[in-house]
Design a protein around this ligand. Structure first.
Ligand SMILES: [Zn+2]
Length: 184
């Protein structure tokens, strides 16, 4: 399912480059890559919002509110199977789990839940889930450095934890994350 072009497409979206004619041509021909591109663009725009809000808000409640508002305002990605983006296995996430709080857990089947519809953003380069593997959603206050370890850049100088829901597989490695606004 994974396509040869995916790494180039991810890199292009992450670095904010304009896709080359070669890439555009491929996007026009490959549904898989076209959807991937849309997801990456959405993710990149959210990350830009987080960075901007972090830079503006710095530790203030207002800044955190901004982050959450922008997350909530972002259009939800169209429905896509978890397999589609989880098929891209790349570098391992090592030493991520440093949550201070794990207050509640729930288990749900990845088949039953549409992650993107629930506002989750895929963790870049996460390992694919095994077929039929159950996932857990854990609420945690994440530091910007925790996001950085997941490949999601935020202003690391900001000391404010960000309230988030983290979806992980049975191996406890995070696959998707959602900024949660319940506390605000
Ligand atoms: Zn392709």
């Amino acid at each position: 399912m994974s396509c040869f072009w995916v790494p180039r497409i991810i890199e292009c979206a992450r670095t904010g480059q304009i896709p080359t004619a070669e890439i555009r041509q491929h996007l026009a021909e490959c549904l898989h890559c076209e959807r991937r591109w849309a997801q990456e663009e959405l993710l990149s725009s959210r990350l830009r919002s987080i960075r901007q809000a972090s830079a503006v808000g710095r530790s203030s409640v207002e800044g955190r509110r901004l982050i959450l508002q922008r997350f909530a305002a972002s259009p939800r990605p169209q429905s896509f199977g978890p397999k589609l983006w989880l098929a891209i296995a790349a570098s391992l996430l090592i030493g991520f789990v440093s949550f201070t709080t794990w207050p509640h857990r729930q288990t749900l089947s990845p088949v039953e839940s549409d992650w993107s519809a629930e506002g989750f953003v895929a963790v870049p380069f996460a390992l694919p889930l095994a077929s039929g593997e159950f996932v857990k959603v854990v609420h945690a206050d994440l530091q910007p450095s925790d996001f950085a370890r997941m490949g999601i850049e935020v202003d690391t100088a900001s000391p404010s934890p960000i309230s988030a829901d983290v979806m992980s597989g049975e191996d406890d490695l995070p696959r998707a994350v959602r900024v949660s606004g319940e506390q605000f």
